[in-house]
Design a protein. Structure first.
Lengths: 469, 235
């Protein structure tokens, strides 16, 4: 591979998302495995911002840089100096872009002695959650810790599977708390090897090897229902939407692929499948395309079907397993699972909240573009973004406060053990469970305020019109 | 009437003279002369004055897709002689080693978006970086490349959204998983038709489908299905 021309910095760029810090990802970039964290206090960094030449950089401090939970890579781009002096120095151009609306661009040149590279790192200091946190004047340290831990685990995972996954035809995809950036002690690593290419019997060998390495890392694997782990095939996800062949597992994988998933390592297959699945929902939605409705109903219905499936499966597991793990499953259903559903609803409703989407000449591609960007966010980020855009700061703050308390509980090993072993008949008198239930009630109250209470936002009207029937 | 033609390389690899004759026999109105291999460029230069191209309303040239950087200056010099004939040059961005040298070709330089085998110029974002360095260049949109990258055609939509003012030519074909250009399939026609409203009728279409001469007209007919002559009327 050779560097591409150009060193300009277009705004609102999209990047291939890889875990942070940088692992080796199998291409000719071995030096990146040990690359230092990009910080402006690091003496090897020389800020070269085109917008702030000669002035101190606007980048946050090292502590804040370390708290960033995503690092974005842009493949195939190299700066002009590397082109002019190939091989003289390694320059990794680090750009800091802020959210989707780039307000500041700060470029860094991280100088090391390693070989040539074509990657750039970008990090997003003001994610939707940070923006909300600043707006409501509150912080959520447990959430921040969970994000950092998720980032670290994803980096470990990426390092494990480096060079082992086919670059174009497959992606290792994580789901659950790891993908939501809510990784706490005791969290599982839910993953699947997503295949989108020519069939090969060696795909299973790859999946088994990943499973073996993950076990060696000391990480818990997928849950008992085995919805994840092993292979997921794009054709099943994309072609079997609805109908008898759309199994519980297929529906769950497909909806969670959209709402809470992330690729570890090569992401080309993952991105194709996500876009392909969204494309099916949109192009086959006559109401949206005929401009008779402003919410993509096909997608909304499948998200709702997923939520009801989760709720019904909860009853199934309760019957199958009795009290075993019941309390912990209950709390998760009321909080994290419900959050995922709420984020899916808001993703669909957001299509009606943006006038330019409704008025676009090519509505299907415009909304596909919008949704494809939106589903790159975690559920919490998506909720934070939509609610901030709608000015619903009070209920959003309450929602995040209660979720913070939930994560604090989950991260406490003793509390988690207590909830896991609690019997149903003892729940009403158990203080830990009562505390968790109270958190879930406050969480629901925040959701009620968002989705049902009249106010300046159209969300309650959209809920009434689209979310029930 | 939309200009629809063929790339000579699709009809007769390495023999543009034979391909020109095939297209003349089929009364096609647009042509892209392929000099995909570096050694074909001097051959084209030698033949250019005598090629029977007067009946074609659109003529473009595809630059070599692979050559070492040391030959870049010579290749550009040869291409400039073709530009003197008024023929624009379609180039793959991964052979642009020295941007300054290519910038001299101005608006006669048309950059083609790449397929998944390449590391540059595949997406709207990557093309933006290229056009920032080559502000006068046009775009040759290869829909098969864009579809290979993203079968939903979202990336093609983004490329058109960001760079529609630069659109000068469209490449049309089917691209298999082996990245070889073949005849249009029903699926490809359906997918390309989604973007027909975003492609102005005056933009010429160049087919890269590897077909025999007997299939030229039928392939052009399929291209018309994919990208109709008129923009659809919106309600």
């Amino acid at each position: 591979m050779r560097p591409s021309p150009g060193t300009s910095f277009p705004s609102a760029e999209r990047f291939i998302r890889l875990p942070y810090p940088v692992p080796s990802v199998g291409l000719a970039r071995p030096a990146l495995a040990n690359a230092a964290l990009p910080t402006w206090r690091n003496s090897t960094l020389k800020p070269i911002s085109p917008f702030r030449r000669g002035k101190p950089p606007l980048c946050p401090t090292r502590r804040r840089a370390e708290s960033l939970h995503r690092v974005w890579f842009r493949e195939g781009v190299c700066n002009r100096r590397l082109q002019r002096h190939p091989g003289k120095k390694l320059s990794i151009l680090v750009r800091i872009a802020i959210g989707e609306n780039v307000r500041r661009e700060i470029s860094w040149r991280l100088v090391t002695s390693a070989g040539p590279t074509q990657e750039m790192y970008t990090a997003s200091p003001e994610t939707p959650i940070i923006r909300l946190s600043n707006s409501v004047g509150r912080e959520w340290p447990a959430l921040e810790r969970a994000q950092r831990e998720a980032t670290r685990v994803k980096a470990d995972f990426a390092a494990l599977i480096a060079d082992g996954v086919p670059q174009e035809d497959a992606s290792v995809v994580v789901f659950g708390s790891l993908a939501r950036d809510e990784f706490t002690s005791g969290s599982d690593v839910d993953w699947a090897l997503l295949i989108d290419g020519q069939a090969s019997s060696t795909h299973l060998d790859t999946a088994l090897e990943i499973e073996r390495r993950l076990a060696g890392l000391g990480r818990q694997g997928p849950g008992r229902e085995n919805t994840f782990g092993g292979l997921a095939v794009s054709h099943e996800l994309l072609h079997r939407i609805g109908g008898a062949e759309d199994t519980n597992r297929n529906l769950t994988q497909r909806v969670l692929l959209l709402l809470e998933s992330e690729a570890i390592g090569p992401a080309a297959a993952y991105q194709r499948v996500v876009t392909g699945v969204l494309d099916r929902y949109i192009t086959e939605d006559p109401g949206w395309n005929d401009r008779t409705v402003n919410v993509p109903r096909f997608l909304l219905n499948d998200i709702a079907r997923y939520w009801r499936t989760v709720a019904v499966d909860f009853a199934y597991k309760r019957r199958l397993r009795g009290s075993q793990g019941w309390a912990l499953r209950t709390v998760k259903l009321r909080l994290s699972r419900k959050l995922t559903y709420a984020s899916g609803l808001l993703a669909c409703f957001s299509c009606a909240l943006i006038p330019s989407l409704a008025d676009a000449n090519d509505r299907s591609k415009a909304v596909l573009d919008h949704l494809e960007n939106l589903v790159r966010l975690t559920p919490l980020e998506l909720v934070a973004k939509v609610l901030s855009d709608e000015g619903l700061y009070d209920p959003a703050g309450q929602l995040f406060d209660t979720y913070e308390q939930f994560l604090l509980m989950l991260d406490d090993a003793a509390t988690r053990r207590k909830l896991h072993s609690l019997k149903r008949e003892d729940a009403s008198s158990d203080d830990t469970y009562k505390q968790a239930r109270a958190i879930s009630h406050r969480f629901q109250a925040a959701l009620n305020a968002i989705f049902f209470e009249s106010g300046p936002s159209e969300i309650p009207a959209l809920t009434k019109r689209y979310a029930v029937f | 009437m939309r200009l629809i033609g063929f790339s000579t390389g699709a009809l007769a690899q390495g023999d543009f003279g034979a391909a020109v004759q095939m297209l003349l026999d089929a009364h096609v109105n647009a042509i892209e002369i392929s000099a995909l291999r570096a050694h074909e460029l001097p051959q084209l230069l030698a033949a250019a004055p005598t090629l029977p191209l007067s009946t074609f309303r659109h003529v473009s040239v595809h630059a070599p897709s692979q050559f070492p950087s040391i030959q870049e200056g010579r290749v550009i010099g040869q291409l400039e002689r073709l530009i003197d004939r008024g023929w624009p040059i379609v180039v793959h961005p991964d052979v642009i080693y020295s941007v300054d040298a290519w910038r001299a070709l101005g608006s006669f330089l048309w950059v083609e978006n790449m397929d998944k085998r390449k590391a540059v110029g595949r997406s709207a974002t990557e093309l933006t970086a290229i056009f920032d360095e080559l502000p006068d260049a046009g775009l040759c949109l290869d829909l098969a490349h864009a579809r290979q990258l993203d079968p939903s055609m979202l990336e093609a939509y983004r490329i058109l959204r960001e760079h529609s003012t630069r659109l000068r030519q469209v490449h049309l074909s089917e691209l298999g998983s082996n990245s070889k250009h073949g005849p249009l399939s029903f699926g490809a026609i359906h997918d390309y038709a989604q973007l027909s409203a975003s492609i102005a009728p005056e933009v010429p279409i160049i087919l890269e489908s590897a077909v025999p001469s007997s299939a030229i007209l039928s392939e052009i007919s399929y291209a018309r299905d994919a990208l109709p002559q008129y923009l659809p009327v919106t309600a």
